[in-house]
Design a protein around this ligand. Structure first.
Ligand SMILES: Cc1cc2nc3c(=O)[nH]c(=O)nc-3n(C[C@H](O)[C@H](O)[C@H](O)COP(=O)(O)OP(=O)(O)OC[C@H]3O[C@@H](n4cnc5c(N)ncnc54)[C@H](O)[C@@H]3O)c2cc1C
Length: 310
């Protein structure tokens, strides 16, 4: 068995990559197959995710658009269709600022009544990133209304937004290495997108996991204490049984003996407004100490990056 400390990484740099690269990096966390990433792997990977309908992976690619030149009727028709999971703001007279994930845009097209705005967005995105849309439409055949100008907003421009606009449209991913109890709490934050290492899929007896189970060091016990020794004894016994079960059964069956202390990786992806909400709940004294262990330093780092928001 291996014991490690919890940690987190803000995925700034990932946001500067293309949509397929971002989505592949995040998606491979589930299978711990990051070793398969190379210069050509992203598009086949995301195409497979779209084909399989592994839609939550497509939530990890977020993109912002400004739509201008619209008529009031076109704005109204778009609002009436009420696409879920898109952040929509009227920036100025008949100019819309829209932020959403590839999943959000795909489902806007599939599930909602079409109107000029949904057609303009699908045409723009689908022609640039056909692999996301080819299972639901032929984007070149989706007519874009001529009066609507669709402009993709780059990250550098979003970073220049202020106040609520920055909080709403700036999405940020954080990769946590924590125990399973902490991720169970994290996934209660509903507006976020999550991807997590799969214990159903990962076989910790394999070479790539060092043939062992990794546990997160509990902050509750000093390393030389009786309690820590008891805790370690319990983890060793559990690992032994888990590895024995794997000899005759699948990871999803064997994992049923694994405890909360198991190390897991998760990417939490959401906008700054939701990060602010999460930190307000997860840093005070009444929050879980194991959660505070990663959230307090994360809050400090975010305060440095976005002082007006945090
Ligand atoms: C100290 C602490 C102790 C806790 N103890 C327990 C416990 O004992 N048992 C337990 O089950 N949970 C517990 N929780 C989890 C808690 O109940 C929430 O599920 C979790 O904190 C997510 O917070 P949230 O619901 O405010 O926000 P999020 O899920 O992060 O949602 C953010 C915002 O989205 C909006 N929103 C999202 N979904 C909806 C919706 N369906 N309807 C309306 N508005 C929505 C709300 O405006 C909300 O403020 C605890 C949390 C903390 C911090």
């Amino acid at each position: 068995m291996f014991i490690t400390k919890p940690s987190y990484t803000i995925l700034h740099e990932l946001d500067r990559q293309s949509l397929p690269v971002r989505i592949e990096y995040s998606g491979r966390i589930c299978y711990k197959s990051e070793d398969r990433i190379d210069e050509t792997s992203a598009i086949p990977f995301v195409r497979k995710m779209a084909d399989y309908g592994h839609n939550s992976v497509l939530e990890m690619g977020v993109i912002t658009f400004r739509l201008s030149g619209l008529s009031s009727e076109q704005v109204t028709a778009f609002y009436r269709c009420q696409p879920k999971y898109l952040n929509i703001e009227i920036e100025a007279d008949n100019t819309l600022l829209i932020t959403g994930s590839i999943r959000g845009y795909r489902e806007m097209f599939v599930n909602h009544k079409q109107n000029d705005v949904t057609l303009a967005l699908t045409n723009f995105l689908g022609n640039r990133h056909p692999y996301f849309f080819e299972t639901v439409c032929r984007p070149e055949q989706v007519d874009a209304p001529k009066n609507i100008v669709v402009e993709k907003i780059e990250l550098e421009q979003i970073e220049q937004f202020e106040g609520d606009r920055l909080a709403l449209h700036r999405y940020l991913g954080v990769r946590f290495i924590v125990n399973r109890a902490v991720t169970h709490e994290l996934v209660r934050h509903r507006p976020c997108a999550f991807l997590q290492e799969s214990q159903r899929y990962c076989r910790y007896s394999a070479d790539k996991f060092g043939n062992e189970v990794t546990f997160i060091q509990p902050l509750f016990y000093q390393e030389d204490s009786t309690e820590f020794k008891l805790w370690k004894q319990a983890m060793e016994a559990t690992e032994k049984i888990y590895l024995e079960l794997l000899e005759t059964s699948s990871p999803q069956a064997a994992r049923t003996v694994l405890p909360n202390a198991c190390k897991t990786e998760i990417i939490v992806y959401t906008n700054l407004a939701e990060w602010r909400h999460i930190l307000a709940l997860r840093t005070p004294k009444n929050a879980d100490p194991s959660m505070r262990e990663v959230m307090i330093p994360l809050q400090q780092e975010l305060q440095g990056l976005y002082p007006a928001i945090f």
